[in-house]
Design a protein around this ligand. Structure first.
Ligand SMILES: Cc1cc2nc3c(=O)[nH]c(=O)nc-3n(C[C@H](O)[C@H](O)[C@H](O)COP(=O)(O)O)c2cc1C
Length: 156
């Protein structure tokens, strides 16, 4: 089973999830959309797509990738995930908005993983938004390694 993990990250949290996932899925290849917006999918029977949520939306590069490859992705064993700071119903709604509904319903594993607010990596505008909207003024992490292990088990 050849696996490709395609992801976008703003401050590195999603990359950390993608890397852990790659370590759990033997032979998995990592591909960051920022450096390769159109990775070839032919060689893989399993594809995982991940990104993070900012102002309620996943990265545009993830949306474009999913739209462009929608038909091919429907033929693959598919995993979809986001990292975000919201939890429960709000996180679920963000996840449903992040990926096309048909990809979600056909996927073998779908999850939202806890994110991180990393003030050292935010620019001035991001810091201002997070302080105002999330009412958080210092770095905090909800990184959840158990959740990504469970995701890998469901996909395997
Ligand atoms: C400016 C900003 C806006 C954010 N907006 C949201 C949001 O609307 N919903 C949410 O659940 N998390 C939000 N987050 C939290 C990110 O989703 C979280 O930090 C995630 O782990 C980032 O992953 P990344 O480092 O891979 O980009 C926001 C973070 C920042 C910095």
């Amino acid at each position: 089973m050849k696996t490709l993990i395609v992801y976008a990250t703003t401050h590195g949290c999603t990359r950390k999830y993608a890397e852990i996932l790659a370590s759990l899925l033997p032979g998995a290849i990592l591909s960051e959309l920022k450096t390769d917006p159109s990775p070839g999918l032919d060689a893989y029977d399993t594809v995982v797509v991940g990104g993070s949520i900012h102002a309620g939306m996943i990265q545009k590069s993830v949306r474009v990738f999913c739209e462009k490859n929608r038909d091919v992705l429907r033929q693959k064993k598919l995993g979809l995930f986001v990292s975000c700071m919201e939890e429960g119903e709000k996180a679920r709604q963000q996840l449903e908005k992040a990926f096309p509904a048909d990809l979600i319903s056909g996927a073998a594993a779908v999850a939202h993983f806890g994110g991180a607010f990393d003030f050292d990596k935010m620019n001035f505008l991001e810091r201002t938004i997070v302080r105002k909207v999330a009412k958080v003024s210092a770095s905090v992490s909800k990184f959840d390694e158990a959740a990504v292990r469970d995701f890998a088990r469901r996909l395997a």
